[in-house]
Design a protein around this ligand. Structure first.
Ligand code: ADP
Length: 265
């Protein structure tokens, strides 16, 4: 809402009234405003790695390339920042496709439990230091009809975050169960956690609790926004619970209609 107001003055100059007009900002204006904010965000996000690249390239040009110790380190930074820009642009393209509803759903029917085990196996294989995976996945199969690649991206984003924001290591607990005709998944970590006031915002594009820290970790700030769009496109829901300093749990649901809840009790 925007408001404008004018005072009603008597002839002697004293004020004896106020007219306030409230304007509802039209949806169109709001979309326009969000679009402008998005462009500013994207520009900032790209400018940071570009500025870094420029300074490292300049240092190399000015002689650092001849230093056998410094040159490889500087080139690594150049490589890492380039990778981050590629990730950012890929994430942006993905979001833009979702916005335009240009995505094709490649629906497949498969057992989610089997599949979830294989996703966790893949993360375990990469032997993340100090991290342990615990699984509480129901024993019975749970067939879903979803786009496997898209949901894999969602789970990858959530588990990568769980690892990224657990600097001291710890346990990552993956759960999957059926309740109220929905498949429910949760992924919990024992990492840095998220302050209460910020929890609802982590699914916004480019929102980060700690900008400096997440930059260092190479995040784009888009992972959870993409996850949210993908889960919503499947008709599910996604949310977070967290305690600052103790850990975070991300939950999501997916529609599941193939069997009754009782079959899995
Ligand atoms: P990023 O690329 O910055 O990780 P995301 O969209 O994946 O972007 O996450 C948004 C923000 O939410 C992160 O910057 C971080 O502040 C917070 N966050 C996400 N997952 C976790 C987690 N498991 N523990 C703590 N903070 C998290």
């Amino acid at each position: 809402l925007r408001s404008s107001h004018s005072f009603i003055q008597k002839e002697d100059g004293s004020i004896n009234g106020l007219i306030a007009v409230l304007h509802d900002i039209t949806e169109q204006e709001q979309i326009e405003q969000e679009r402008r904010e998005f462009v500013v965000n994207v520009s900032h996000e790209l400018r940071t790695p570009l500025t870094t690249l420029k300074s490292y390239i300049e240092a190399l040009q000015e002689g650092a390339w001849e230093d056998k110790e410094i040159a490889p380190r500087f080139l690594k930074v150049v490589g890492d920042e380039t990778d981050r820009m590629i990730r950012l642009v890929n994430d942006l393209l993905q979001l833009s496709k979702m916005d335009k509803k240009e995505y094709n759903f490649n629906l497949e029917e498969f057992d989610f439990i089997d599949y979830f085990h294989s996703v966790i196996d893949r993360f375990e294989m990469s032997k993340p230091e100090g991290i342990r995976f615990v699984r509480h996945l129901q024993n019975a199969s749970a067939y879903v009809n979803i786009d496997k690649d898209k949901i894999t991206q969602v789970i990858d984003n959530i588990i990568s975050n769980a690892m990224k924001y657990s600097p001291e290591g710890g346990t990552i607990t993956c759960r999957c169960w059926i309740q109220s005709k929905k498949l429910r998944v949760s992924i919990s970590d024992e990492g840095v956690g998220i302050p209460k006031a910020n929890i609802s915002r982590i699914f916004e594009r480019f929102y980060r609790v700690d900008r400096a820290r997440t930059r260092q970790l190479g995040g784009t700030g888009l992972g959870l926004a993409i996850a949210k769009d993908m889960i919503h496109a499947h008709g599910g829901d996604i949310w977070a619970e967290s305690e600052w300093g103790k850990g975070t749990t991300i939950y999501f649901t997916l529609p599941f209609r193939n069997a009754s809840e009782a079959d899995y009790r």
